[in-house]
Write a new protein. Sequence first.
Length: 165
Amino acid sequence: MISKSLVELVNEQIRNEHYASNLYLQMSAWCEVNGLRGAAFFLKKHSAEEREHMMKLFSFLTELGHLARVGEIPAPPPDFASVEEVFAKALEHEKFVTEKINHMVDQALSAKDYATFSFLQWFIDEQREEEILFTDILDKIRMLSGDNRGLYFIDREIASLGAQS
């Protein structure tokens, strides 16, 4: 049975995922108006994914008979200095979410709430993937903005050669 304190943490995470959805949607708008349609598409899709995470948590609580609360969230920043800043902020937010998920896992294990722990395993795996994804994107953006501009394209070429083997 999930404790009252864990219910509160899950509700807090519902708000975090809701904020992430809005953040990525706002980032998508910034990319779109700055001619970065690929990044805008990616971030719009990611916004929808974050909403799915929110709904997963929402359903988890309601299925257990607890009131899920969306709660108030702040508006995300609308402006960014560069696409590098967009993805740096996205990675920063993903690391924040990872900390929150890890804290819920700690609480579930401390309370011997193995059902909640089992549910949270999916989020642990998802956060690992998210951090890797955003780190990879940010690394490529930084390659292109530095002296190693061609390295990105060479990397893509090498990958395609590996696929032919």
